[in-house]
Design a protein around this ligand. Sequence first.
Ligand code: NAD
Length: 475
Amino acid sequence: MFINGEWVDARSGATFAVINPANGEHLGDVPDGAREDAELAITAADAAFHDWSMTTAYERADVLMGAWTLMRERADALAHVMTAEQGKPLRASAAEVAYGADFIRWFAEEARRLTGEWLPSARSNQRFLSVQAPVGVVAAITPWNYPMSMLTRKMAPALAAGCTVVLKPAEATPLNARAIFEVFHDAGVPPGVINMITTSQPAPIGDVLTTDPRVAKLTFTGSTAVGRVLASAAGGSLKRISVELGGHAPFIVMPDADPVHAAKGAAALKFLNAGQACISPNRIYVHQDHVEQFTATMVERVERVKTGNGSHEGIGCGPLVNDAAVAKVEAQVDDAVAKGASALVGGSRLTDGELAAGHFFAPTVLSGVTTDMAIYREETFGPVAPIIAYDDPDTVVDLANDTNYGLAAYVYTNDLSTALRTVEALRFGIIGVNDVNPTSASVPFGGMNDSGLGREGAREGLLEYLETKTAGIAI
Ligand code: NAD
């Protein structure tokens, strides 16, 4: 763990094992932190806050630019850590390292654009000044699926704003978090400004982070169920809250779209990170005129995806995070098939040869998916593409909106008016139009309804770590 600028053990001396999900290899042991460790980390962050918040934006930007440079220099080593611990193919890990580093550069640049306002008064002998101040100590809890970029997306804006941080990474990916903390530490972030607690028992740590009055803000990325619990707890002490949660993305192929182009996009997107992405399409609505060609293209693409250990050449789909994840995907597929869907490719666990030692599910295309199937409502978080044929383009957006989630949505169309009208009607925070990667450090990322509160990235992502202060000045 990392507390007050030093790598430390848990006070209890306890550790837990880190396992490679592709082959069960024991990658090492990390400290198993408990409440007392979290309290020490908060004490360090609280003590460091005053001095860090008083640094100039130029100083903070320089430290962040240093971290960005280091992350790029270490890109190859970081990608190997990611693939070993999280499982995604090396190329995808390299892409995430680049994406994660970009948040650091973006917020380093934004740090220097923190401004205030000079506001009018009704009194001639009064002036108003409004400035933005860092919120204070930030508690950050992050998931395993994007184990580096979800850290930099929180830490970079927090540091740019002048906040200090206590971060708890997911228990599946502490080595990824350690590598990111090494980057920030080596870039010269002062002691106490960033702190990290690793643990195999997140609930007690979550309890400390959401109830300690010295913590001013909670930022969380993970499942809706856990986010709801943590946001409620943090609400008790009126902390600022941002939570990026689950999704159930619709992917709409309109009658005027090119079905082959759309299928290629859907295939590329769905199997990214073995489907373990919050913006992964979970309901693929294809107009009935296109469903045959779309499905054939998708199947042909998916048949070519090689599943296995992400560190091997040519692998397109890695393992799932653990056996519970495989069991969840399997249950959704079995439920869909029992209710009439067809698995045109894949459809089961993969256990042949060396895959038996990991957590693998075959890339799967399901056709004939209907509203009564669990997969139609529940987030899959696995490599399954459910295809639903529809006939009325005027009502397909209503179908897409019929979910409690509101994170990402996609529409394929060759008509500008249809594209704009669909973007306006979809109740989702992130929308791809003929585009399967509608994300970047420079744009807001986040969802509506059960998908969360607040935005990360872009200018909005920095404002989440700032309070507005107003000064009325009599002259
Ligand atoms: P999760 O909610 O189980 O875990 C997320 C984090 O919360 C981990 O660090 C975990 O240790 C911690 N946690 C779990 N229970 C806790 C508790 N009681 N107190 C404190 N911390 C606790 O989710 P996951 O399985 O790691 O991640 C997958 C989920 O994350 C999916 O639903 C996915 O859609 C979502 N996700 C969302 C985004 C987004 O930006 N919206 C990005 C990535 C992942």
